[in-house]
Design a binder for this molecule. Structure first.
Ligand code: SF4
Ligand code: SF4
Length: 179
């Protein structure tokens, strides 16, 4: 495996260049009725795992700077207990319930970049919301969430490098589903 590309300017430019190729991959996978979802997800995870392991998120933190972070009531309680700040203070100062409700979520961090980001490190790492722990997720249902994943390729080096690797192998996986 070549070393993954991590420069954020380069990632943004390459993601724009490759956008059509990523979309072609999505059309191919969505049209392939012979390809089992579990088989496809296993292939994606096998490609994604070494790439994610080779990228140091503590030198990036672009997701913490760029994305809206949604959280659950359980996330808020865990955060309040972890940082020893009363829950009502966490709610008032850090969490926006109204704009989260507009997209049927429980809460959203008010600040972007995230208020808990300290340079490129999460200052509440052990107590961070579940959505932070899961990001970036490729599975389950890689095929049916690929449109959203493609949108993340310009900001996340893990996503870009994984999609670029998958594009190079998609013909092979589609052919294997026919055999
Ligand atoms: S809570 Fe931590 S991991 Fe989540 S967005 Fe904020 S800084 Fe990033
Ligand atoms: S998940 Fe992606 S955007 Fe977030 S820190 Fe890691 S490489 Fe950067």
């Amino acid at each position: 495996m070549n070393p993954p590309i991590t420069d954020l300017d380069q990632i943004r430019a390459l993601a724009a260049q490759q956008h059509d190729a990523f979309e072609v991959m999505r059309y191919m996978l969505e049209a392939d009725d012979d390809l089992d979802d579990a088989q496809l997800d296993a292939w994606v995870e096998a490609v994604a795992k070494p790439i994610a392991a080779a990228i140091d998120c503590t030198r990036c933190a672009n997701c913490c700077r760029s994305l809206d972070v949604y959280l659950t009531e359980t996330d808020a309680q865990r955060l309040a207990e972890g940082v020893h700040i009363p829950l009502d203070h966490i709610m008032t100062r850090y969490i926006d319930r109204d704009s989260a409700a507009e997209v049927e979520e429980w809460g959203k961090f008010r600040a972007r970049p995230c208020a808990f980001l300290d340079d490129k490190l999460c200052s509440v790492y052990a107590h961070r919301p579940e959505s932070c722990r899961m990001y970036p997720a490729f599975t389950p249902d890689f095929r049916w969430t690929l449109a959203d994943t493609i949108e993340g390729a310009s900001l996340c080096p893990i996503i870009y490098n994984v999609l670029a690797a998958l594009v190079n192998q998609v013909d092979e996986i589609v052919k294997s589903s026919l055999s």
